[in-house]
Each structure stands twice: as structure tokens, then as C-alpha cells.
Ligand binder design. Structure first.
Ligand code: SAM
Length: 234
């Protein structure tokens, strides 16, 4: 049974695509997609030997070797331009996801949709999409086994369409997610309640330092204020 997290990622993949799943580990995601949609094919990319072998094993067990190629290599280097229609990158930090995208831009030719699931630092992925001309077309957030996950979906298009015109608002939208701010799903409210607690604890610790970094404290307090505003706007 595939996790709710990866099922959510899969739900954004359109029928009949060529899916490149980067950092595929056991290749559970491409296997699930290909079992659901017999017109789909996939490439599972892995940089590490153990997960690469796990992916090959899983693809063989599912008898999908004719439709899923497992390739070993760093990020998008396993992919040629105009080969994939959809890219999925799940279960890593947003900083790593955006560096994988940044280092593999040439392989993104022909890609219609990029679906990411950053465990932390989703803001980095939003910033990368915006900088590189991808329109954020949807976001969702879910809770599974006590952890909260965000899924960000982008397509080539107007990178500013999802954001407000005002710069201060844009900064908030990059942090919280422009769609997530509007949807206000239960997991979203829970996530930011928890983040507020964390930030409060960090500020408390910073204030106890011998020479408190007043600028940092101010910055963190501003973020706490943002969270409070978002919580009360509902
Ligand atoms: N995508 C799967 C998921 O969401 O369940 C696996 C997530 S696992 C935590 C991250 C995987 O990414 C690991 O198997 C790791 O080897 C792989 N990985 C990390 N950096 C990578 C890179 N630059 N290129 C390809 N794979 C990478």
C-alpha cells in the first residue's frame, strides 16, 4: 500500500506521461503510477547504490521492466532533454530539490509539469519556480503518521500569476504557499501552529544569549506575527 504522501504526488501526474522520478529510492512512486495507468512509462533516477538496487528489484518484482527504466546518476543528469513529460521529486528538503532542478535545467526541455514534495524549506522550491519561469499551478498539504507534508505543482508559464502584486504579500506567499494560504486545510493550520511554537522557543533561547542578535530576533518575531495574522484571518 503506497503512502498517502506519495499517492498525493501521483494524483498530480496526468495520464499517458513519461515520468522521471528523481531520488526514487524503492521506485514505489513510478511503479504505482505505471500500475494505475497502463499508458504511462517512467524513469527512476537514483544517485546511491543501495536505493538504486532497491528500485531495480521493485521494478522487476512488479514486472514493469518494459516500462520503467532505473538509471543511476546525480539528479536530472540521468535524463536527456525532451525525454520526460513529468518530473517528480519527493521526500527531500526543498534546498536539495531546488539544487537538483538548478543543476539539471537542460534536462527540463519538454517537461510539462514538475511535482515536488519538499519535507522542509518549500519556500526554496517556490523561489526557484518563480526565478526560472514556472507557474505554480497548485499546492496541497497533508498529514500522515504525525508528519506534515507539502506538495507543490508547477508548469512552464507565468511565474508571477499565483502571487500578489505587493512585495510584502509576496514574501508571505513564498513562505506559506499562495494556494495553501487560500485553502487553509487542517494540516496547514496545524503546521503553522507548531512552527509558531518552535519559533517562540528559538526566540526565547536567542534572548538568553550573552550578546543577543537583535536583528535575528526581530526577524523571527516578524515571522511569528505573520503566523498569528494567518491564524486569525480565517
Ligand atoms: N522519493 C522517495 C520518497 O519520496 O519516498 C524517496 C525519498 S528518500 C528520503 C531520498 C532519496 O533521494 C534517497 O534514496 C537518496 O539516495 C536520493 N537522492 C538524494 N540526492 C539525490 C540526487 N542528487 N540525485 C538522485 N537521487 C538523490
Amino acid at each position: 500500500q503506497l503512502s498517502k504522501r506519495l499517492k498525493t504526488v501521483a494524483s498530480y501526474v496526468e495520464q499517458g506521461g513519461v515520468i522521471a522520478d528523481i531520488g526514487s529510492d524503492h521506485a514505489y512512486l513510478p511503479c504505482y503510477i505505471c500500475l494505475q495507468d497502463e499508458t504511462a512509462t517512467a524513469i527512476a533516477g537514483e544517485v546511491n547504490q543501495g536505493p538504486y538496487e532497491a528500485a531495480k528489484g521493485e521494478v522487476e518484482r512488479q514486472e514493469l521492466t518494459a516500462r520503467i527504466q532505473v538509471r543511476k546518476g546525480d539528479g536530472l543528469q540521468v535524463l536527456d532533454p525532451n525525454e520526460a513529460t513529468h518530473i517528480t521529486i519527493a521526500g527531500m528538503g526543498g534546498t536539495l530539490i531546488s539544487s537538483i532542478l538548478e543543476n539539471g535545467k537542460s534536462s527540463l526541455a519538454g517537461v510539462k509539469r514538475i511535482i515536488t514534495q519538499p519535507n522542509v524549506d518549500a519556500e526554496d522550491v517556490r523561489r526557484w519556480f518563480r526565478k526560472e519561469g514556472y507557474a505554480l499551478i497548485d499546492e496541497t498539504i497533508l498529514e500522515e503518521d504525525g508528519r506534515i507534508y507539502e506538495v507543490l505543482v508547477a508548469e512552464p508559464g507565468n511565474p508571477f500569476a499565483a502571487y500578489s502584486e505587493q512585495e510584502q504579500e509576496q514574501e508571505k506567499e513564498l513562505w506559506f504557499g499562495p494556494y495553501l494560504l487560500k485553502k487553509r486545510q487542517p494540516a496547514f493550520l496545524k503546521k503553522w501552529q507548531l512552527e509558531k511554537g518552535k519559533l517562540n522557543r528559538v526566540v526565547g533561547q536567542m534572548k538568553q544569549a550573552q550578546q543577543p542578535d537583535e536583528y535575528k530576533i526581530l526577524q523571527f518575531n516578524e515571522r511569528i506575527k505573520w503566523i498569528e495574522e494567518v491564524m486569525h484571518n480565517g
